[in-house]
Design a protein around this ligand. Structure first.
Ligand code: NAD
Length: 478
């Protein structure tokens, strides 16, 4: 879908995120013809560069992080012509006059705050005092959005002083993933699933986000945060909302976000017996968490698993098991909807349990499959086997699947279109903190010591027990 001509200012345009994700993503959109001629991307950061220097920097970044498309040298040269740079100081006056001259008022304006959240307030204010932003401008803000309810509220108030909620795009790149949107299509675009999507037919739901990397490099920063703040409060809770929400009355941003908010508000408090926190030990591939975090006495979790319940009619009695961790055995993210067992089998000698499982994979190999039971082909009689019905895009869509867009580029284009559906609203973020804060305060007050787990494993033994106690087991991380 084409977009209107725009000026996109990337504050922090020389930073890691801009170079690894934002600009290579914009380059791909450019190549697919989604950047109207005349649109401009304006890098704004502290480095004393000029536009030529910035274009060189981004050419290098695209070569390094841009994938196959970066071989398109001619395309890259044309793309670079649409890039500008302004050196700016978020905390001072430097550069703002120049930026005001640059940014046009008669095209779509978007300002991407790809800087530390402590600068959000300065940027919002200076965009106004320098009369750069207008009532239609959009701002995009990165995670982390606060570290608790109080700081998130303060951040919301800071932004609200200068921008209306409909102008604020809080990014969670998990929501930009193709499969996450496909999940909504599958749920609400088919007659098959929605009638089964409740406690009569669903036994439980698992959400796993496993990473193989440790926290090395940003250990000191991570140690102040931990898996709950860094992953659960935002990414895992957002996925939970999309799985559990009631059907919105229409596919419109506030209708969807209203339903997500209701899920968060219906989450029950969790007893600490249903939370397992872990820290990875040293392994052949690297040091243990405490060494990475440069804090030998750290009680911060690099792994967390929990059992949640949603107190409403649809989900009464259905556990939602969430887990996420670093230095795990594979890089793998999946949502699995595990349906109930058949009440009775009519097939003689079939003692095996056959279950329908809808698996939604976010990485690697984004896709979905539905485990179904069929007859084993051949003359061996009525023997049953489980097979996955594959709904992976690459196979289903053939050549079109090449255009499976990366999360960041999709979300940025949504900003330009003015579509907030896949962005978190301020009240959602606050409600999520309101639920996680007491859990964090609880383990801090108890001086809870995280359990050890081997680097390269599936997490601490206690996390396995969390499901075993309920007669269930985690899905394999692969
Ligand atoms: P970075 O440290 O690599 O870059 C920071 C950028 O901010 C630089 O361009 C720098 O010039 C600019 N900057 C710093 N102080 C400034 C000032 N006073 N005035 C103007 N510009 C200033 O950071 P990053 O990793 O790119 O992260 C940026 C934001 O994105 C952060 O909020 C971070 O939490 C978030 N984020 C990053 C990643 C990632 O993968 N890097 C992932 C998710 C979220």
């Amino acid at each position: 879908i084409p977009v209107d001509e725009f000026d996109l200012v990337i504050f922090g345009g020389t930073g890691d995120l801009a170079r690894r994700k934002i600009l290579p993503g914009l380059f791909r959109r450019f190549l697919s013809g989604q950047m109207p001629a005349g649109s401009r991307i304006i890098g704004a950061a502290r480095s004393e560069l000029d536009t030529t220097g910035y274009r060189d920097m981004i050419a290098e970044a695209v070569a390094e992080f841009g994938g196959e498309e970066s071989n398109n040298k001619k395309g890259l040269q044309s793309f670079l012509q649409q890039l500008e740079y302004v050196a700016i100081d978020a905390k001072g006056e430097g550069g703002w006059y120049d930026l005001a001259q640059f940014v046009r008022q008669d095209v779509v304006q978007a300002f991407y705050f790809s800087v530390a959240p402590s600068l959000f307030g300065d940027l919002a204010e200076r965009l106004h005092t320098n009369k750069i932003a207008n009532k239609k401008s959009r701002i995009v803000v990165e995670k982390p959005f606060g570290r608790d309810l109080e700081s998130a509220r303060a951040l919301n108030e800071t932004l609200a002083a200068h921008f209306h909620e409909r102008q604020i795009y809080r990014i969670d790149h998990y929501l930009g993933k193709e499969t996450v949107q496909n999940l909504m299509a599958v749920r609400f675009g088919n007659v098959l699933f929605e009638p089964l999507w409740n406690n009569h037919y669903v036994d439980h739901i698992q959400i796993t986000v496993a990473e193989t990397v440790g926290v090395g490099g940003r250990g000191a920063y991570y140690d102040k945060s931990g898996a709950m703040r860094d992953m659960v409060q935002n990414h895992l809770m957002q996925l939970l909302c999309l799985i559990a929400m009631e059907p919105p009355s229409q596919f419109e941003s506030d209708a969807v976000r209203d339903e997500k908010l209701k899920v968060i508000r219906a989450l029950q408090p969790i007893d600490h017996h249903h939370i397992v926190r872990g820290q990875y030990d040293e392994g052949p591939d690297g040091p243990g968490y405490r060494d990475d975090a440069e804090n030998p006495r750290s009680f911060t979790e690099s792994f967390i698993a929990m059992r949640c319940h949603i107190a409403n009619w649809r989900w009464a009695g259905v556990p939602f098991y969430l887990r996420t961790g670093k230095r795990m055995k594979a890089r793998s993210s999946e949502i699995a909807v595990v349906f109930k067992d058949l009440g009775h089998t009519i097939f003689e000698g079939d003692e095996a349990r056959h279950r329908n499982i809808l698996s939604i994979r976010l990485q690697p190999n984004e896709g979905m499959d539905l485990q179904v039971t069929i007859k084993e082909p051949g003359p061996g009689g009525m023997r049953l086997i489980d097979v996955p019905l594959d709904m992976t895009f690459a196979e289903a869509l053939g050549d079109d699947a090449e255009d499976v867009t990366d999360a960041y580029e999709r979300l940025i284009m949504d900003v330009i279109r003015g579509n907030q559906t896949l962005f978190m609203r301020g009240d959602e973020v606050e409600a999520a903190w309101a639920w996680t804060d007491p859990l964090i305060e609880g383990w801090e007050a108890r001086n809870d010591v995280p359990k050890h787990y081997d680097a390269g494993s599936a997490g601490p033994e206690d996390a396995m027990m969390l499901l075993h106690r309920d007669g269930r087991r985690w899905r394999d991380i692969k």
